[in-house]
Each structure stands twice: as C-alpha cells, then as structure tokens.
Design a protein around this ligand. Structure first.
Ligand code: ATP
Length: 231
C-alpha cells in the first residue's frame, strides 16, 4: 500500500472532527473521497499532509510512519496537496508560480519538469507572463494542478479541484488527472462535490459522514448502495 490511514482522529480546539478513519490506497489508484459539506474530508487531507496533528491513529506512506514528519519532508516523499481555494500565488505571473515551485520540488530526474507541465496545459504556456490572479477559473485550476505535480509526485491530495469550473473543463481536468495517474502510477485522493465527475475516473469510492467512514468500495458498489442518502 502507498498510503494507509489507521484509526486516525483529528480536530480543532475542543472539537474532534474526524475519528477512527481508516483506509489504504495502492499505487496508481484514484479514490473519490465524497461526503456532505463539513463531513471532515478537508480535515482528513490536512492531517495526511501534516498541516494538522493527529489526535490518535497513524498515517503510513510507503510503509513508513509519517504522522510526525514535517510538511516539507512529506512533500519530498511525494505527497502533494492541491488545497481548497487553489493555493496559487495570485500576484505572481504564471511562469513565476511555476518557477518558484519547480525550484523547490524538481530535483534531478523529476517526473514532471517545467516543460512537462506546459505541455500538459498549453494554455499556461501561452499565458506565461499573465498575473495568475487574472487567469480564468479553469486556468487557475490548471496552474494549481501544475504546482501540485511539479517534481515527482506519488500521491496527489486534490481538494475539490472542480470548484468554479464549467462542466467541459471539469471533464478535461479530470481526464488529465487520470492520464497522470495511469501513465506514471501516481495515486490520487480526490475530494469532490461533483460526484458524477469524480466517479467517472475513480477506481474506488470512500464516503465520509460526520467525521467517520461510512462506505469504502468500488464505484459500481457505491452506485448500487444507498450512499446517496449521505448527500
Ligand atoms: P467542505 O466540503 O465544506 O470543505 P469537508 O468535508 O471538507 O467539507 P471540513 O472542512 O474538514 O469538511 O470540516 C469539518 C468540520 O470541521 C466542520 O464542522 C468545520 O466547521 C470544522 N472546521 C474546519 N476547519 C476548521 C478550523 N480551522 N477551526 C475550527 N473548525 C474547523
């Protein structure tokens, strides 16, 4: 298994938001991580990434326990978060955003170098000098995705990448996520409100309700279940 959560709990202040969260992901798997607003999906991603300390349980990556490692150590191991709200530097140009992150994440032999992301998203190549805050929503999301994959990602934690995108752009972006995962064996954990779009590319579906996992199975099993009750 590439990523394994065992009985994970986390929260804020006096409030424990997620508890007893366990699932594991194989290399190359795409998991749709679904659930209503406030269910605890973002909290789970933040805990995996090291932005929030676990209150109980363990996170393992590549069979090593990582829940006490720094965020930068986790990035170096190949964990990448595309945060809710994109996480780009809006005052920098497209090229400056890409160069800053590439300088940090692209070591020798990186899977995705600067030229690779421009090939994957040609519109960003055309907009290299544009201030990234002035890009369209779709282009900003492509930039956010580029920043997440630069270097050698092994597991992408994608927090609602479809927000604000037109349906055709969502399809295209998700096709690109699927291509990256299939071609390079990258794992993706995809938090989505756009259930249909996420299910289209997912190998696996995990549903969270009130901070707990209530379903873990194949997309067809999810479709056949009563999981719609959780939305
Ligand atoms: P959404 O789709 O709305 O982002 P989510 O499933 O990702 O939903 P979380 O963002 O993890 O849910 O939020 C879970 C709970 O934790 C909510 O009740 C939320 O109000 C609370 N919460 C989230 N962030 C904080 C914070 N920084 N401080 C205190 N409570 C928080």
């Amino acid at each position: 298994m590439l990523l394994r959560l065992s009985s994970l709990a986390a929260g804020y202040g006096l409030k424990t938001v997620i508890s007893d969260v366990s699932f594991a992901l194989e290399p190359g798997q795409i998991m749709a991580f679904l659930g209503h607003n406030g269910a605890g999906k973002t909290t789970t991603l933040k805990t995996i990434m090291g932005l929030l300390p676990p209150r109980a349980g363990e996170v393992q990556f590549d069979d090593k326990r990582i829940d006490r490692l720094s965020v930068s150590d986790r990035v170096a191991m190949g964990l990448r978060l595309l945060p809710e709200g994109r996480g780009i530097f809006p005052d920098l140009s497209v090229a400056e955003n890409i160069d800053v992150v590439a300088a940090r994440n692209c070591g020798p032999g990186a899977m995705f170098e600067i030229d690779d992301v421009y090939k994957l998203f040609p519109v960003l190549d055309e907009r290299r000098t544009t201030r990234s805050g002035s890009l369209s929503g779709g282009q900003q999301q492509m930039l956010a995705m580029s920043l997440a994959i630069l270097g050698t990602p092994r597991c992408l934690l994608l927090d609602e990448p479809s927000i604000g995108l037109a349906p055709n752009l969502v399809e295209r972006l998700f096709d690109q996520v699927q291509d990256v995962c299939r071609a390079h064996g990258v794992t993706a954990l995809l938090v989505e409100q756009n259930v249909a779009a996420a299910m289209r590319i997912a190998d696996r579906v995990v549903i969270m309700n009130n901070g707990q996992i209530v379903f873990d199975g194949l997309p067809d099993e999810a479709r056949a279940s009563n999981f719609w009750n959780y939305f």
